[in-house]
Ligand binder design. Sequence first.
Ligand code: TYD
Length: 209
Amino acid sequence: MSPQAGIFISVEGSDGAGKGSNIEFIQHWFKSRLRQVVTTREPGGTPLGEKVRELLLAKNSAAISPMTELLLMFAARSQHIEDVIKPALSGSRVVLCDRFTDASFAYQGGGRGLANEQIEQLKRLVQGDLQPDLTLLLDIPIDVGLTRVSNRGKPDRFDSEADEFKTRVRAAYLQLAENDPARLVIINADQPLKAVQRDIESVLESRFP
Ligand code: TYD
């Protein structure tokens, strides 16, 4: 692992796939290798982005059209890239991002039915050449994810969507992985946490020796 290069990793998955625990694991993995890690999330990651997140996730938000939802995701992302992600990468840090643009393709594309081309246009506009070096897709069957989510706090606007929506989100994520296997690695999250972490560790060891 070159000490000079920043590393950009995003972690994706359907709701209930266990992103939180695994992000903590990845953070420790890099810290134990003396890397400075910036852990952040989308939507969010900046004061403006966190306000946008509140609007997007609140169940009592006034109706938000799919295109408005997409634009808000990218508005938050634009600020996040400029204020947090690019500076951290320039400072040779590891940026560990809880969701990034793949989530827009999965949720606003697959889930809401917006055209991939429109999402691509915004991606080009907001990201330019910036792309995660590695994206871990924690994949889990919908029913297993739902059981896990039902065991925790209040469901947000996306948790409350119908099962068909979640099925489309998962299918869109798997399609993204199929289209870009060099960047997007599928991790089977329907296993005990230790086994998931072993799989993640072997990906990290091979990508960042
Ligand atoms: P997250 O904090 O990962 O919630 P959870 O722990 O419930 O998975 O993400 C918040 C929600 O935002 C999640 O349901 C997915 C959604 N989302 C999008 O719809 N589009 C996006 O571009 C991003 C980044 C997130």
